[in-house]
Design a protein around this ligand. Structure first.
Ligand code: FAD
Length: 474
């Protein structure tokens, strides 16, 4: 009988346990992808992320065809239609079992539970794997009970578990063995029927993604700790879109780091260690999705913060979205997001802090806007990043720590290189004035760049005193 492999956020052949297991258990394997446009719209998938998904799907379809594996497409609006449609396909191609890698947010878990139950009712088995994480959610637990709410102990325990588990070998060799057995097929490219925005600069074949990863490890990771907060330096991996659609596996990253230290995950130099911790942040937020369903329902992790009197001012929000706040670093970040569908991590933190703590606008508006524009839009990482910045989440930045956008700008972009790249009105402003260019521009008779839309000091005080009031009231 045939094995059916259902690809979702794991558009790769290597380190894909679902695919590997299906190949080992069945003489014939068929692959399927479900295009659920309406559901993705509900989840705010950005047009650029859809384009990336389509491009990666087509790379995958070609690679599967070379192995003699057909990629079938199931198309419907919502996840709820999938049990019936997948079963229909399973019957058509005479499948005895379905294989997939788990996703951890609530809608996806409900989707998978429904498919699992429906297949079981029809005497078909589903096999679930966790290839998108290095350590599964239930494998990192505090000694007491529950789950880690703070990153530092999570990271410690995550590293210990990783050391015990080790990193599975790449499945490239097994795949190469399979290649000889089947006739290559023709593949007809898939076209997503939705608004898209060109993501070609982010798309990579699996091989090229591996080359990019390796290049980063060899040439940049050593300096990561020192340079990662400087947006003009471009010193981070820019691999986030590839993790999000699953072209790269976290195991590939772990193996690359392991080559730097035989005691992996220990014994790494500062740069590599810090980068490993970023991979752990990614997993921390996925684990939280698993443990805290309320996060998938738009709720703050710290329930008392729901009482904050958030503002819902559309005009102010539009100025933030368009990068017209009058704070150069914030505007540069928002314009990078609009232009590239991506933003440097430090700047994501600065713009998020600004929306929430200077404009007092509900963090969920920012979270949604990010998802609508990011090529790496990840529900878990984005929600985690926003709740961290808004001081509403687990292990969030304390509410009284409010970023000063001007000081941040001076620290992370002292010469204004990043600002000038994205804010053309400030192209000719010397470094000395770049962080607060208003007087300089006025003296030059230039009125293109907006005045600061809010007084930071006053906004900060209001935020802190209101938040403090909430905490005291609990
Ligand atoms: P690197 O610095 O090279 O890090 C390597 C990888 O680690 C990243 O590719 C990413 O997968 C992971 N990572 C790094 N930092 C974080 C973090 N703080 N949290 C979780 N994972 C992390 N990341 C997303 O992938 N998707 C999002 O939608 C997203 N939204 C964010 C929203 C806010 C408000 C904030 C503050 C952060 C958000 N992040 C998000 C995390 C982070 O900004 C990006 O992962 C990072 O900028 C991607 O760049 P990189 O690939 O060069 O990262």
């Amino acid at each position: 009988m045939t094995g059916l492999v259902w690809f979702r956020q794991d558009l790769r052949l290597d380190d894909n346990d679902a695919l590997l297991q299906a190949m080992q258990n069945h003489r014939k394997v068929v692959a399927v992808v479900a295009l659920t446009e309406a559901q993705w719209s509900d989840h705010e998938w950005a047009p650029i992320k859809r384009d990336l998904y389509q491009r990666q799907l087509n790379f995958l379809g070609e690679a599967l065809a070379e192995l003699g594996i057909e990629l079938r497409v199931v198309q419907c609006d919502y996840y709820r239609e999938l049990p019936r449609l997948l079963l229909q396909l399973a019957n058509e191609v005479q499948v005895s079992a379905l294989y997939a890698n788990r996703d951890y947010a609530l809608d996806e878990r409900r989707r998978d539970a429904a498919v699992d139950a429906w297949f079981e009712q029809h005497d078909l088995q589903c096999h679930w794997f966790d290839s998108n994480l290095l350590v599964r959610p239930l494998e990192v637990k505090p000694q007491t009970s529950g789950y880690y709410k703070k990153f530092t102990p999570f990271f410690k325990s995550w590293c210990a578990r990783l050391a015990e588990l080790g990193i599975a070998e790449s499945s490239k060799r097994t795949l190469a063995g399979y290649k000889g057995k089947a006739e290559a097929l023709n593949f007809t490219p898939i076209d997503l029927d939705a608004a898209k925005r060109d993501a070609s600069q982010w798309a990579r074949t699996e091989r090229d993604a591996g080359v990019q990863l390796q290049g980063f490890i060899e040439e940049q990771v050593a300096d990561y700790q020192r340079k990662r907060d400087v947006p003009a330096d471009d010193a981070t991996s820019r691999l986030s879109p590839l993790w999000e659609v699953g072209v790269l596996s976290p195991r590939a990253a772990a193996r690359a780091l392991q080559a730097l230290s035989p005691e992996f995950p220990y014994g790494l130099d500062e740069g590599a260690k810090t980068w490993l911790s970023e991979l752990a942040w990614r997993e921390f937020y996925q684990h939280l999705m698993f443990h805290v369903p309320a996060l998938s329902m738009g709720k703050a992790f710290q329930a008392y913060t729901e009482e904050f009197p958030w503002r819902y001012d559309k005009a102010d929000f539009a100025r933030w979205c368009e990068g017209r706040t009058g704070y150069p670093i914030v505007d540069a970040g928002m314009r990078q997001l609009q232009a590239e569908g991506w933003m440097h991590n430090r700047v994501r933190m600065i713009v998020a802090n600004f929306l929430v703590k200077d404009l007092h606008i509900d963090w969920r508006w920012g979270e949604r806007f990010f998802m609508q524009h990011l090529v790496d839009g990840s529900f878990a990482a984005n929600n985690g990043g926003w709740q961290w910045s808004a001081s509403t989440g687990t292990d969030a930045v304390p509410y009284f720590r409010v970023f000063n956008p001007t000081r941040q700008s001076e620290q992370v972009d002292p010469q204004g290189l990043y600002i000038r790249k994205w804010v053309s009105e400030l192209n000719n402003v010397p470094a000395k004035y770049i962080h607060t260019p208003h007087d300089y521009l006025r003296a030059k008779g230039s009125t293109d760049y907006p005045q600061p839309m809010v007084d930071h000091k006053a906004a900060r005080e209001t935020f802190i005193s209101t938040f403090k009031g909430l905490k005291t009231a609990v």
